[in-house]
Design a binder for this molecule. Structure first.
Ligand code: FE2
Length: 291
């Protein structure tokens, strides 16, 4: 880093000191650190006035691309610079027994319908899939009545809400575990998809020669009373973008295989599936809520 001229260092010191009387100590710590690091960044790159204005424009455009429903460009920005995964890692350091976490992403919609055991959440075409498993506590005991809020894209790579041709409840739903902690989700095999590139985040990726693709995945938010809510994905194990996920979200423990099953497989009759399908299995482990 270059040596900062004294008058510039003085501006930074005064700006940090201006927040010294913030009554909330955590807010004081966060804001002072943020100001200190932003000043250090501007000094390090010797930010030009034109670049500063471009940065303001970029953030303004990012805000304008947020619609309050499914488009949340700031989360997308946080995701593609790895900040979301860093915050995730900081907040799950002691979770060794629990299923690993990954990004929440910008496409969750709350209040989706409750679905029965094995109910199909896919109203658009795709390769039929059944996802089975259990929700367990850290001691391996099943958790009955855990809720799994699930969401994924259609075969065209778009989430409901992004795509006017899909019903809003398509490929979304809330499943509940039975007495033995089991869940069953009927859906279609997830596909890789590019994050939206028609906004400022897309321009940033293009200017950086980065691709916009995410490896195929199924989103989960798993909740049970007394346990920490788990936000994670299950990734298709053979996806070509696993190593270069644009949001850095992949963890080895979250990869699943979708095994091919014939139409005469016993699970087909049990779950009322016509024709061949793919079967994936995964057990989620929740940790106790920290008191
Ligand atoms: Fe996603």
């Amino acid at each position: 880093m270059n040596n900062i001229p004294p008058n510039e260092a003085k501006i930074s010191a005064r700006a940090v000191a201006a927040f010294a009387n913030t009554p909330n100590p955590r807010l004081r710590q966060v804001v002072q650190s943020l100001v200190r690091h932003l000043h250090a960044f501007a000094s390090e790159v010797e930010l030009t006035e034109e670049e500063w204005l471009e940065g303001i424009r970029f953030l303004t455009d990012t805000g304008k691309q947020c619609d309050g429903i499914v488009r949340q460009e700031f989360i997308l920005l946080s995701d593609v610079i790895g900040l979301s995964m860093l915050v995730d890692a900081i907040n799950h350091r002691a979770s060794e027994a629990a299923t690993e976490t990954t990004v929440f992403g910008p496409f969750y919609i709350a209040g989706m319908p409750e679905r029965g055991h094995g109910e199909n959440m896919a109203f658009t075409p795709g390769e039929q899939a059944l996802v089975l498993g259990r929700v367990l506590d850290a001691a391996g005991e099943p958790i009955a009545g855990a809720v799994l809020d699930v969401w994924q894209t259609a075969e065209n790579g778009m989430y409901s809400g992004q795509d006017p041709d899909q019903p809003l409840t398509n490929l979304r739903g809330r499943y509940r575990t039975d007495e033995e902690g089991r869940f069953a989700i009927r859906t279609i095999i997830p596909v890789s998809y590019p994050i939206p590139t028609d906004g400022p985040v897309g321009r940033l990726l293009q200017a950086s020669d980065r691709h916009p693709w995410r490896p195929a995945h199924l989103h989960f938010m798993v909740m049970a009373p007394g346990h920490r809510t788990l936000v994670t994905h299950l990734f298709n194990h053979d996806d070509p973008y696993l190593e270069s996920d644009v949001v850095f979200g992949v963890k080895d423990s979250l990869k699943v295989v979708y095994q091919p099953c014939q139409a005469n497989h016993p699970l087909a009759a049990r779950h009322d599936i016509d024709g061949a399908f793919r079967l994936a299995s995964y057990d989620f482990v929740l940790e106790r809520e920290i008191a």
